[in-house]
Write a protein that binds this ligand. Sequence first.
Ligand code: ATP
Length: 326
Amino acid sequence: EIEVLSIGELLIDFTPVGASANGKPIYEQNPGGAPANVAAALAKWGRATSMIARVGNDFFGEDLITTLENHYVDCSLISTDGDIPTTLAFVKLNAEGNRSFSFYRKPGADLMLRKEDIDKAYIKRCKILHFGSVSLTGGTSREATWHAVEQGIENSKIISFDPNIRELLWKDQDEMKEQIKKGLSKAHLVKMSDEELYFVTGEKELEKAAKLITDAYAIQLLIVTLGAEGSYYLFEEKTGFIQGYRVRATDTTGAGDVFWASVLHQLLEKISLLELQEKDIRNILQTANAVGALTTLKKGAIPSIPTLDEIEQFLHQHRTQMEDKV
Ligand code: ATP
């Protein structure tokens, strides 16, 4: 059995780690791609996880597969493109650890994912199918992603969607909105950042914007990430905010993905989504906020995924501090 099947971009993030003598950035080669980060975290925590992706026939592609394998992700559905190289994304960090990107992908191998790469048997065997919007930006990966999602729906799978909007990768803003809205219309579990929520709804007020989304789509659980502030949920008409933890962030790459992996990991503990209660969601977000915070402490996404022990320790430490304050 597969617990989570993650589909989409698997690429290299070049993260700046310092400056050369002449003041130019020095980059570290880090495995990345949001759905890959989610898969790596879940597999590291013991979940049976498979990835559907396409890389180039180069040493970047090899490194990506090796990294995922080292995290116990099943890579049998990752294909290699003979012509198109692995996609590269250069990251620029500001003083707060927030980033912008420069993509080398015109096209890159991630866009070459094909419908034939989607193995129906895998979809039938999974519990949760997770996808994002980067594989919807164009190429054959768009059709492949929708094909996987449709198969997931036909087989009554739980569909998880994190739009992870990268405006630079879209030629046309209207098309971007249309594809993201289509994603929202197919998903049961959705994670968005506050900026993404604003972008999709045009509504600045968080509560109103979240409600617009859940009124328009049949989403069961909507989580909004708020960076260092924490996270917000809308579940069965109930809403709430869970405060984040104060840490010294050095690189927020992957924080949202690993945060979401933590939500999925905890949801998998439940036999069915139907038994979920608001108090469960609040507990889940308390832990996921800790996981997100821990992921910002190191550079890169996959290298920063905390272990279950580290998460437990962090939560324990913070609980003790809270008790000391009372
Ligand atoms: P993405 O960049 O993939 O879209 P995102 O914007 O959804 O990600 P963030 O809001 O950056 O994700 O982070 C996800 C979660 O991680 C937050 O909700 C919060 O709990 C935690 N987190 C992120 N940044 C920090 C920080 N600087 N300090 C403490 N916690 C943080």
